[in-house]
Design a protein around this ligand. Structure first.
Ligand code: HEM
Length: 326
């Protein structure tokens, strides 16, 4: 269903990204002074060169002129630099090893099927309310091995998991349905060949990246693109733009579930690369396979205007009514 009403809000940033990549790929905002970066090569560098582009919440707050780290996520590894980042990441990464994550598959499958049990007979659901929201939050809320973090760090990490691990995965599942709705042949191809499922998930991550951008602050003067940037400058690296950059992805605006290679930056780059990536990929794979098993016929998003979530950094919709059947 390709009504402009629903496509427009999702497409809007991509038009702007395209223009900025072509005309002002490293751009300083005239009012607030912060920098925005749009090309794949520059976004990758900002995300991964942590000595020059810091994630430190306190440094960022000072550059913005605010009082300090009022943001509870300021105590999470997402907003820390080495060496404390390395210490904490080593600790928590034990819960996210491929073996630990693989062990969750039966439980994720059971939760997914329980959620689909409530809707299959009706022939319709709100993808966000009935599946994409409750699945990741239920998986995350179940006990993890007890590890030792300070109380503040523990609270920061819980907050990070709730935001970083839930809304993002919710949006990945919702955005996947939007991609399929725009490309109805894909569902039939997936039904015929389940080996294409991982590629469909990777292409959704690239095409409608659930995290639009991440923020850094410069520690020193540096050259980015053709711009000289001083120290203590806020930089937004637009992941959603990097993932549509023609210089990296031929025919970048085409949704191609067999795209190879697909070196998207939807999970970031470098030392902050998403810890939950294996879990998000597994949840998406289980959910998509269960939907392919249990929701027959044509999947169709309702012909109503879809409302974007209110977020500077996340891309997704608030509600996503869909039907299936003959
Ligand atoms: C589709 C789903 C997801 C997307 C698109 C996503 C995206 C990202 C991105 C872009 C970063 C890098 C941030 C930066 O460089 O500043 C990140 C970091 C992180 N993500 Fe995810 N994420 C997802 C799911 C999850 C899940 C399910 C969890 C945990 C259960 C999680 C936990 C984390 C953590 C702990 C970090 C911080 C890593 C660090 O700073 O070392 N994420 N994520």
């Amino acid at each position: 269903m390709q009504t402009p009403g629903y496509k427009e809000p999702l497409y809007a940033p991509f038009e702007r990204y395209r223009m900025m990549r072509a005309t002002q790929p490293v751009f300083q905002h005239p009012d607030w002074g912060g920098w925005q970066v749009f090309r794949y090569v520059d976004v990758s560098r900002v995300l991964s060169e942590h000595a020059t582009f810091s994630s430190d919440a306190r440094r960022m707050a000072q550059s913005e002129g605010s009082q300090g780290d009022a943001d509870p996520l300021g105590s999470s590894i997402l907003q820390m630099d080495p060496p404390r980042h390395r210490q904490l990441r080593n600790l928590v990464s034990q819960a996210f090893t491929p073996r630990m994550v693989a062990q969750l598959e039966p439980r994720i499958t059971a939760i997914t099927n329980e959620l689909l049990d409530h809707v299959t007979a009706a022939g319709e659901m709100d993808v966000v309310r009935d599946l994409a929201y409750p699945l990741p939050v239920t998986v995350i809320a179940e006990p993890v091995d007890g590890q030792r973090l300070s109380t503040v760090e523990l609270l920061g990490f819980c907050g990070l998991l709730l935001v970083a691990g839930n809304e993002t995965t919710t949006n990945l599942l919702g955005n996947m349905i939007l991609c399929f709705d725009e490309h109805p042949d894909v569902v039939d191809r997936l039904r015929a060949n389940r080996a294409l499922v991982p590629g469909a998930i990777e292409e959704t991550l690239r095409y409608y990246s659930p995290v639009k951008g991440m923020t850094r602050v410069t520690t020193t003067e540096t050259i980015l693109g053709d711009q000289r940037i001083g120290p203590d400058q806020i930089i937004i690296a637009w992941i959603g733009s990097a993932n549509r950059d023609e210089a990296e992805f031929p025919d970048a605006d085409r949704f191609d579930i067999e795209r190879e290679p697909n070196r998207h930056v939807a999970f970031g780059r470098g030392i902050h690369f998403c810890l939950g990536a294996p879990l998000a990929r597994l949840e998406a794979k289980v959910a998509l396979n269960a939907m392919l098993d249990r929701l027959p016929g044509r999947w169709q998003v309702a012909d109503v205007p879809l409302e974007m979530i209110n977020s500077f950094i996340l891309l997704g919709v608030k509600k996503l009514p869909m039907t299936w059947g003959a």
